[in-house]
Ligand binder design. Structure first.
Ligand code: CMP
Length: 138
């Protein structure tokens, strides 16, 4: 078992053909994929997902980018899932991301940063529930 986090592989990484490589890194790091979908967010849904950032100067850009192409959304399970996943993806800004992290390898910029990872257990649950119904969260 263990606990859960939520991730998205973002439009830049999917468009660049890095979806498979990123999923491989996630599995190799010991995360079990509980639920997963390949989909696309409307601007309206991207705006809702990132509502906590509404007052930030980059909000409009973030919503436009996150609705610009296909994404992968997934619920992951591992002991210490939230913190371990944030270690695996690296810092938000790829220029500050550690060697060997997903963002160091695949992110283009602080905005187009390849992957999302929940920042708390509470948000992991909220974000997983945003994408997956109770019947899809085994
Ligand atoms: P994420 O972990 O998905 O959570 C919020 C997102 O906002 C973040 O990844 C980045 O994609 C984006 N973001 C954060 N800071 C900035 C910034 N200064 N400029 C543009 N986008 C940002």
């Amino acid at each position: 078992a263990g606990n859960r986090t939520f991730t998205m592989i973002k439009p830049d990484a999917v468009a660049d053909g890095n979806m498979g490589a990123i999923l491989k890194m996630i599995e190799d790091a010991g995360f079990k994929i509980i639920s997963m979908k390949y989909t696309r967010l409307s601007a309206d849904l991207a705006g809702k997902f990132y509502e906590v950032h509404k007052e930030r100067p980059f909000y409009g850009e973030l919503v436009e980018y996150m609705s610009s192409g296909s994404i992968v959304a997934a619920i992951l399970e591992k002991d210490n899932a939230v913190a371990d996943f944030r270690t695996l993806i690296g810092a938000t800004n790829p220029a500050e991301a550690a060697e060997g992290t997903i963002r160091k390898l695949y992110a283009k910029s602080i905005g187009e940063n390849a992957v999302h990872g929940s920042d708390s257990d509470e948000n992991a649950q909220i974000e997983g529930n945003f994408f997956f119904s109770q019947f899809e969260r085994f």
